[in-house]
Design a protein around this ligand. Structure first.
Ligand code: 5GP
Length: 119
């Protein structure tokens, strides 16, 4: 079992968040520091620490996060224009909260991080 993070506090309503979707297995809420006009996080209620902990036993739950993202894309009307789904993993991936979350970024043309030391 992953350690408790700030996202557990959001699930338990111990701290506030702008929750835009909830069911028995998952929650989606607006990111407090948005990187796009629409930026929410879709999380499982069961705390899975990182993408490294995804396995056959929790694959359906992780897949459910993508189903929710697709539903939100329709509901918030950015499915046609497009959007980005990102899950950061560990230090090099830029993960800061160790409870897996799908970033849903939309509402503008998104850039891709430059890989400047390629040459
Ligand atoms: P990561 O860096 O782990 O991929 O993403 C963590 C995300 O959680 C960041 O985009 C950050 O802005 C967001 N975040 C961190 N703490 C909170 C919080 O207390 N409330 C909300 N709504 N978002 C948070």
């Amino acid at each position: 079992m992953a350690e408790e993070t700030i996202f557990t506090k959001i699930i338990n309503r111990d701290i506030p968040a702008d929750i835009i979707y909830e069911d028995d297995k998952a929650l989606a809420f607006k990111d407090v520091n948005p990187q796009a006009p629409f930026h929410c996080l879709v999380i499982p209620k069961e705390p899975i620490a990182t993408a490294n902990d995804i396995n056959e036993d929790n694959a359906a739950l992780v897949g459910h996060l993508y189903v929710i993202a697709a539903k939100l894309a329709v509901e918030y009307n950015f499915a046609e224009d497009g959007y980005r789904l990102v899950m950061n993993c560990n230090e090099y991936g830029g993960q800061s909260v160790y409870h897996i979350h799908l970033h849903v970024l939309a509402g503008k043309q998104l850039g891709w991080p430059p890989y400047t030391d390629k040459l």
